[in-house]
Design a binder for this molecule. Structure first.
Ligand code: HEM
Ligand code: HEM
Length: 497
């Protein structure tokens, strides 16, 4: 369902985007505004900004379409991210779907950047501030930064090239690549078929569900119109990006409360909470660590995300194909890692909105910044530990249910005065579902001296892998599921309550 929402919002984005190209003029040529929005009349501005004002005020239905485009972009990225979490927490990225995970992660990255470029197009005070941020990040790159800045902007900031260039990339290059990737993504989904949760009759070799034609196609078609309807309603009643309120971009001005769209907020947070370190190297060249370090963290996190299926397979030594979706509780370390990642994302988002949090909740902006700095390190660790324990608790609960049945809430008093709670055995299907998951063994190191007395010391990598593997599946990372014998013994009356 979440993947479908991403798909449908992407279609809506393309439909409305094509419409916008009919009226948007991607030019930084200067004009004097003479449209129907009175407060800006007579003000010099770029054609890009003036044409976006025209779309909003003078072209019939223009504001609605603009807002549908913007709202669907916001929902699109949210759908991709939640879809990715679903895939992550159910282990649906494992063999043979690793490549589809990588395609998906590329889509996420491209979608986020295309959104950033899109809201940079109207050349209003907010979008210009975003581009200024991007320029600062480019300039912070050692050695190549200045050259790249000249390459993108063709001279001093902002110049007249950036909006037409972003336009081509925004409407053609990135969406073109995305359509290609998406086609490959969906072909692979069709080829591999959907993963499924364990249940009676469901195995790693079959798929239980509705055929694509006709039932599923009809449902999906209806769902498309539902998504389109909800987004149109949002666009009709909720303002998004009121560029007329910000005014045209001028490099010497900046608006307060300047916020990127939510999905770029974490990168804003990284920069806002980073100490403003700057060092001088090699005869007076400046290395702007305050921006450069956040810039490095960003791709590192992305690579960690893209590579996760391969990293997990390497650690656990699991090379088999998997078509059954995991319940998150049955993989406590993976689940805890995913939750920690989300925690980090949210902490950084708070950092990106430190000014808004400060004004809305009457807090000191410095206090928020210090909290986010400490939280950057502490929150993921705390969330990791709590989530792992939580998962183990849920596994114990499952075990208890399998062995002792469901609590009925019925308390009986026996003739000698003792109270007992009546437990009802679970139905056979439920017992199967709760015990169908595999419980992999951690990778063990081969003995350092083999049977012929030859010393074969494991390398650093092999030892690290064994250690990580113990962390994943060793003692303390999973609760042994009940065996058939245990269940038999208790169910046959010996362990009766
Ligand atoms: C343009 C964005 C995307 C679209 C339109 C899209 C669409 C879909 C659809 C319709 C499915 C099948 C059903 C479902 O699980 O919903 C699917 C499955 C899948 N997607 Fe995506 N997706 C997108 C982005 C991503 C991202 C960001 C990732 C992960 C990084 C990802 C990874 C996967 C995987 C591994 C599957 C197979 C899951 C399974 O069989 O259980 N996708 N995608
Ligand atoms: C992943 C794909 C896309 C995303 C996330 C996206 C997002 C955005 C966003 C957030 C804006 C700013 C809207 C505003 O408030 O003014 C925008 C503007 C624009 N987009 Fe897209 N867009 C995408 C694809 C496309 C495509 C495929 C086209 C055209 C074929 C297109 C055409 C435009 C145009 C012309 C504008 C400028 C007009 C305006 O700002 O209102 N976009 N885009």
């Amino acid at each position: 369902m979440l993947g479908e929402i991403a798909l449908y919002t992407f279609v809506i984005i393309i439909l409305t985007g094509v419409w916008l190209t009919l009226f948007f003029r991607p030019s930084m040529g200067e004009v004097v505004y003479d449209g129907s929005y009175v407060p800006l009349k007579g003000i010099p501005m770029s054609e890009a900004y003036a044409s976006t004002l025209d779309i909003s005020f003078d072209i019939r239905g223009g504001l609605l379409i603009r807002q549908i485009h913007h709202w669907s972009a916001i929902v699109f990225v949210a759908a991709m991210l939640t879809h990715m979490m679903r895939v992550f927490f159910t282990g649906a990225f494992r063999k043979p779907r690793e490549i589809n995970w990588v395609f998906g992660a590329l889509l996420l990255f491209l979608g986020m950047f295309d959104g950033f470029m899109g809201y940079s197009l109207p050349d209003d005070l907010l979008s210009g501030t975003g581009i200024r941020f991007m320029e600062g990040a480019i300039l912070a790159m050692p050695i190549v930064g200045t050259y790249l800045q000249f390459f993108f902007f063709g001279g001093q900031f902002p110049g007249v090239l950036i909006v037409p260039r972003l336009f081509t990339v925004h409407i053609l290059l990135i969406p073109g690549i995305m359509v290609g990737l998406l086609a490959a993504h969906l072909i692979l989904v069709f080829y591999h078929k959907h993963t499924q949760f364990a249940g009676p009759g469901r195995t790693n070799e079959n798929v239980v569900g509705m055929p694509l034609l006709p039932v599923y196609t009809a449902k999906a078609g209806g769902f498309f119109f539902l998504v389109f309807g909800v987004i149109s309603a949002m666009a009709a009643i909720a303002t998004v990006n009121p560029i007329w309120a910000y005014g045209p971009y001028r490099p010497d001005q900046v608006s307060t409360d300047a916020q990127p769209d939510w999905y770029m907020g974490f990168s804003e947070g990284l920069v806002r909470v980073m100490p403003g370190w700057e060092i001088s190297v090699w005869g007076g060249h400046t290395l702007n660590l305050g921006v450069f370090i956040p810039l490095i963290i960003f791709p590192t996190v992305l690579v960690g995300l893209w590579g996760y299926p391969f990293i997990e397979a390497w650690i656990t030594g699991d090379r088999g194909e998997h078509h059954m979706a995991d319940r998150p509780r049955n993989h406590p370390v993976r689940t805890a890692y995913g939750a920690a990642w989300m925690g980090l994302y949210l902490v950084l988002l708070a950092g990106g909105g430190n000014d808004l949090l400060a004004t809305h909740f009457h807090l000191s902006i410095n206090a928020i910044t210090y909290f986010v700095r400490a939280g950057f390190f502490a929150v993921p660790i705390i969330i990791f530990v709590v989530t792992k324990r939580w998962c183990l608790g849920l596994q114990r609960r499952d075990k208890e249910k399998v062995l002792h049945g469901r609590e009925t809430g019925v308390i009986n008093r026996l003739h000698h005065g003792e109270y007992i709670e009546v437990h009802a055995p679970l139905p056979q299907g439920r017992l199967y579902t709760l015990t169908a998951h595999e419980q992999p063994e951690p990778v063990v190191l081969a003995p350092e001296v083999d049977e012929n007395g030859v010393v074969r010391k494991a390398g650093l990598f092999t030892r690290a892998r064994a250690k990580l593997s113990r962390g994943f599946y060793g003692e303390g990372s999973q609760i042994a599921k009940p065996t058939a014998e245990e269940h038999q013994e208790i169910a046959s009356g010996h362990g009766h309550h």
